[in-house]
Structures are given as C-alpha cells and as structure tokens.
Write a protein that binds this ligand. Structure first.
Ligand SMILES: [Zn+2]
Length: 318
C-alpha cells in the first residue's frame, strides 16, 4: 500500500481520478476465455492444484524451530505421497506449484510430479512476499526459481502462482519478461481470462483462484493466535461440491488450490476423496493441468464473450 512520509496509508480520498483509475487499470481482467465446449466435448473443466510449500512458509518467516518445520515436513513425507496415490487411482492430472527451496529439499518429489504426468510450476523461491521486495530482487528470485525447477526435472515450467497470491506492482512485468504462459494468482472471475495492463491485452492467461476454493483458510491455525478456524472437513466438502456443481451447470471451470501439509491429514483427505468421487459420477468432465487449461483458453477466438456464469454483457456501443 502506498504511504506518505508519516508512514500512514495514502489519503486515497484526496486522489485525483487519474490516480485511482491508474491503480485500477494497472492489472485488470480482460476478455473471458471460455470455449463453447471443452476438449472432447466436455461440459466442465476441472483443474486441481496443490501448492507444495512444505517447510518454506516457516523458513520464509524465519521460524526455524524444529517444531514449526516439522509441520511442513509432514506435507512432503505424508501428504504428497497420499495425494499422488489418490490422483493415480482416479486417473486425474494436477498441477503442483512448488517453491524452488522446497524442490531442492525434496528433489525426488519434484521429479515424481512430472514423471507421473502432472505439471510442476513456479511458486517463488522460498515462498517470499513479493510486496516486500524491490523489483530487482523479485525478478531475480522468480528467474532463479524457474531455472531451479527446470534443472531438477528437465522440464521448463510454463506457469506461475505467486507465493500467498501476493502480487506486487512489478509482478506482471516480471511474468511477461520471463515468458510465462499463464498465471494463477488473481481473483477477478470464476473463469480464465486474459490479463490487461493499462488497457493493453498482454496475452497472459489468468487461471483465477479464490480463498473459497483453498484448504488453508478452513484448516490452518496459529498456535499462539486467538483464532481457531478448524472447520469440519465434510462442511468444506459441501462448499467445494456446490462450487463444482455450479461450474458444471455454467459450463465453466472448477479450480481448486490445496496444500499437502493441510489437506494430506487423514480426516481431511476424506473431503478430497469424496469430492473426486462426486466429480467422477458426472459425464463430460475434462480434467486438465493448469497449463492445458491455459492452452485451451488462449485458443478461444477473439470476440467471444461467453459468460455463462454471469449475464451476457450489454452490447457495447463503439
Ligand atoms: Zn504457497
């Protein structure tokens, strides 16, 4: 957030129209990228993602106690193998966003993702907070993360999700400069869209996320904080099932963001298992990695404004 010399937030009520429009226009949702039918004539696209953060979140915060790190280690040691097993039994591909430090700690896991036909994509260096970095540091860490995953697996990632979905004023430029095909960190729609910067279409596909379709807010807690957000996994399953059912009706995308150290626990994996069973009971489901979804979205012809999840926009007068 911009600040003045006092360190307080900028007095936004004094901004000129040019200033507040400038902030809004810097990164904006452009055309929605939904085809008439998904590949194979499917009615809905299902894009599952897992952020394999493991130990990097406490490391990023300088919390180096074995107790905190062990909570992340659980994700690699228990969560990820359980998830890979579940996906294999359902024959479903997924995208794994992995901080480079996490991949260096668990190189076999990173290689297992690509070997099993899943996608491995960039999720920062050490789950850094982009908003706290200057442009050069953010660029260097992102480039190093990309090169590290490439070297470890022999496959160069094409997608990125910013750590904690933290998007700075430099993030979009860095993504474009490094040649990413898609981002999955923003929340302006239920369906994929093209990112527009200062009114100019960028060609970068956004596969939007949302906290509703993320396991972390429902299940994680801070031992010394006062909030205890533990939710019943079956209640969360109901929310995600409603999200899928509506995406199915709309002919859109059902996208989910999970974490091995969060969803991988026995009582919580029930929610993912039953969700996959629910989805599998439907015909016309296209399971896609985020990269496959981005490729299909990018091929949607210009001029299409299909908006099955929202009313058709009124005709624009030139
Ligand atoms: Zn993460």
């Amino acid at each position: 957030m911009p600040t003045d010399d006092s360190g307080l937030p900028a007095e936004s009520w004094r901004w000129t129209e040019q200033t507040w429009r400038g902030h809004l226009d810097a990164v904006r949702a452009g055309r929605r990228l939904v085809p008439d039918r998904w590949p194979g004539g499917a009615r809905v696209a299902v894009a599952l993602s897992f952020d394999s953060d493991h130990e990097t979140i406490p490391l990023r915060d300088g919390e180096t106690s074995p107790g905190r790190l062990a909570q992340g280690e659980y994700g690699a040691r228990v969560g990820a193998p359980r998830i890979l097993d579940l996906l294999a039994r359902h024959g479903v591909p997924a995208t794994f966003f992995m901080p480079a430090v996490s991949a260096l700690v668990h190189p076999e896991e990173a290689r297992a993702y690509t070997r099993d036909g899943h996608e491995l994509a960039v999720h920062g260096w050490i789950h850094e907070r982009n908003m706290l970095l200057d442009r050069d540091d953010e660029r260097e860490l992102t480039a190093r993360a990309l090169d590290t995953l490439d070297t470890l697996t022999g496959q160069r990632p094409v997608g990125i999700r910013t750590p904690s979905w933290d998007f700075s004023d430099s993030t979009l430029d860095i993504m474009l400069e490094l040649g990413f095909a898609y981002d999955s960190s923003l929340m302006a729609d239920d369906e994929p869209y093209e990112i527009v910067a200062d009114g100019r279409p960028t060609g970068l596909v956004e596969i939007p996320v949302d906290w509703i379709r993320d396991d972390a807010p429902y299940f994680t807690m801070d031992r010394y904080g006062s909030v205890r957000p533990h939710s019943r996994p079956r209640d969360v399953l109901e929310i995600w099932t409603d999200e899928f059912d509506a995406a199915y009706r709309d002919g859109g995308v059902f996208q989910l963001t999970l974490h091995p150290h969060v969803i991988g626990h026995r009582s919580r994996l029930v929610a993912l298992r039953e969700l996959l069973d629910h989805i599998a009971a439907h015909s016309g489901v296209w399971y896609a990695t985020h990269a496959q979804l981005a490729d299909t979205a990018r091929a949607v012809p210009a001029g299409r404004t299909t908006a099955r999840s929202v009313p058709e926009a009124p005709e624009q007068t030139p």
